[in-house]
Structure formats: structure tokens, C-alpha cells
Design a protein around this ligand. Sequence first.
Ligand SMILES: Cc1cc2nc3c(=O)[nH]c(=O)nc-3n(C[C@H](O)[C@H](O)[C@H](O)COP(=O)(O)O)c2cc1C
Length: 181
Amino acid sequence: MEFSELIKKRQSCREYSAQPVEGEKIEQLIEAVRLAPSASNSQPWKLIFVDQPELREAVARATFSPAIRFNAFALQAPVIVVMTKERPKVITQIGGRLKNKEYPLIDIGVAAAHFCLQAAELGLGTCMIGWFQEQRIKDLLHIPAKTEIGLVITLGYSRAPLREKVRKQAQAMSGFNRYPL
Ligand SMILES: Cc1cc2nc3c(=O)[nH]c(=O)nc-3n(C[C@H](O)[C@H](O)[C@H](O)COP(=O)(O)O)c2cc1C
């Protein structure tokens, strides 16, 4: 598949079939994240694949509440992936403080993009979820107190049709030689 086609194929999937995800595909997803670039090559992430049904349901339930239900679709996903944000190398910590940049947050965004694009190539749907009860998921998965969760990603075979992308016009978000107005 051409990369430009893959970018269009990747979309946030909020409807999953119950079909399990093959172990070899999960290995390919791990490899896609393992090879992602990061500031000072710190690789400040860990992935936890949650597929045990009761635990998976409990993690899915930690992404929504009775009042705010937009992530309730997470209950359908046969796998939920939790990506932690780990402490980067000391040089990256110093650089981040000096330049007022949170490099690990940028890094996990890049890694998550690798994950979701690789999944799309393998015919799998994903949705990055940034709205979740962090402490509840940390307790469920025995994540150390000092470690933050960066993202939750639902994973599985999609039942949703391909949608047109809703995006800003190119002129509104890019420019040559000066800031685009
Ligand atoms: C950091 C981040 C957090 C997100 N959090 C959620 C979320 O909590 N729930 C959800 O349904 N989608 C979430 N999304 C998906 C976005 O809504 C989606 O990427 C955007 O609307 C563009 O649509 P597309 O992914 O289908 O191209 C998140 C995406 C990112 C990158």
C-alpha cells in the first residue's frame, strides 16, 4: 500500500467486531512502536496489551462514565492498549527543562502514530483515547505510582466504513517562509 493511501485508510475506529487480533499482528505493532524515533532516542514508552476479558472490560469502563459516554465504544474492542509515558534519559530531561518542551509527550504521540498506521496496514482499526480515569487504569494494570499513562488505544477489526477526513484547508495550516495567517 502507498503511504499516502495508508494515511487515508487510518481513521479513528469506534465500531469493532469480536474477531480476535492475531498474535503475529500484535508483534508487528510492537515492532512499529519499537522503531519509532524519540528525543535523544529515549524511547520513553511501554505498551500493555489488555485482552483478558474481565480486565479489558474494566479498563474500557475507565474511559467513560454514566454522564460522559463518548468512549463507551471501547467496550467493543477485543484489545485495549495502554501506552505509558516513561522517564526519558537525563539529557532529555535537562533539554526539556531548558527549552520548556515536554519531549516524552511528543515522543509518545509519534509512537502512537506508528502504532495506528501499522495497524491500518494490517487491516486493523484503532482509536487513540486521551480521556480516561488514569488512576483507575493504573491500579488495574499495576502501573507504578510515578508513571503516567500517555494514551489508551483501542484495537480490533473494524466494522465501520471508511469516512472522508474532516480537516482544515492546507493554506490554513501551512505556509512558505512565514507563519500562515
Ligand atoms: C491525543 C488524542 C486523544 C484522543 N482522544 C479521543 C477520545 O478520548 N475519544 C475518541 O473517541 N477519540 C479520541 N481521539 C481521536 C480524535 O477524535 C480523532 O483522531 C480526530 O477526530 C480525527 O479523526 P480520525 O482519527 O478519524 O481521522 C483522540 C486523538 C488523539 C490524537
